[in-house]
Design a protein around this ligand. Sequence first.
Ligand code: F0G
Length: 466
Amino acid sequence: MELPFAEPYKIKMIETIRMSTREERQAWIEQAGFNLFNLKSDQVFIDLLTDSGTGAMSDRQWAEIMTGDESYAGSASYYKLKSAIKEIFGFDHFLPTHQGRAAENVLFSVLVKEGDVVPGNSHFDTTKGHIEFRKAHAIDCTIDEAFDTEIDHPFKGNVDLGKLEKVFKTYPKEKISFVIVTLTCNSSGGQPVSLENLKQVSAMAKKYGALLLYDSARFAENAYFIKKREAGQQNRSIREIVADMYALADGMTMSSKKDGIVNIGGFIALKDEELLQKASVFNIMFEGFITYGGMAGRDMAALAQGLNEVCEYDYLNARIGQVAYLGQLLTSYGIPVQKPYGGHAIFIDANRVLSHLPKEHFRAQTLAVELYIEGGVRGVEIGAIMADRDPDTRENRYPALELVRLAIPRRVYTNNHMEYVAAAMANVFNRRASITSGMEIEREAPILRHFTVQMKRSVPVALMAQ
Ligand code: F0G
């Protein structure tokens, strides 16, 4: 018989988690304004809010924590990280930042001006936030297949070259800050971008004289999918594929909280020294001196080790295998999920589960709240609440997809936890017809509202119809 995958590690330390009652959860979510971000972590049994900063470090990473160098300038840990970045991505220049959005803030302070456009594949919300904050526009050039959860396309994160070329032909060169490709594409479901697509995007960016940047939070997961799905890549190592991907780009922003397998951190890496010099000014102002940028020395050292571990094939096979296991269980219960399964998360199609609720009642948010009440499982809405209002018209934006994301932290939960999550979701799915009221916003912030929004239950649909 063919041997199944098994985690290439064993557990050395555990953390207790506690189950609650349905009544407790009902009260807690109401107190939280139906915003899952407002729950206390001990009110959650299985926390799939995010895979960001929630991973478990290895013994070798903890060893790096003990030997980190906390010098203000020129820390040995900084140089350790610099060499890891050079070895893995090939970039000579880098700036540490305290997390991914800080890298965006620093680099976009140099590159994005009012009235600019930034084409890419479904920009992550902080990326879009940092673009719109500067009164520029993010233009989504993702392939159309990404927006149909039932189409089984191997690279749903791909950029549509026709859409991208249209941007180049519509806007003058000086209005295009850069092209940004998100690897894997979180907003369209943790979906990868093929190496072939990266080559084509890179060639087009060169042709029109634009910089190409990668939002690299899940770069290794992207490389794993290339190895598994792209013709001619099967016998190549993850590191070789990563090297090829990054040889095509001018730079990267990184949230180290994902594929760095650390709890906090980020960085910018660049080919061009002059751009680094410009970004350094903002790094010093917003983050810290250029050899620590908001990170402790020990955290930079643990990150250097994490970047090496994340490129190991056996690790990626178990990690992405576990995500797929949850996807297969949900599918076996008839629950509509994004296909193919994403690298870091499973995305449930709330438009299909709660099609009887009007979209103005925030279907994905409603489903995420019900899953929490059912089993103490915390997912997150990726839908109209997260999409914010249009910066010009201030109207709600209703994206094509209303998703509940169940993001799996790295090396944290077992497959028994996945079985529990799938059973809780199946219970919600089976009682979906009885969910007659969605959500209504009571209070919201002008940008990135999903983190702090306060909601109440909307008037039930049956009552509305009368
Ligand atoms: N880019 C992508 C693709 C992301 O997924 C994130 C964060 C960021 C940038 C920003 O990085 O959090 O370190 O500031 N994503 C988290 C998530 C929050 O839950 O998907 P950060």
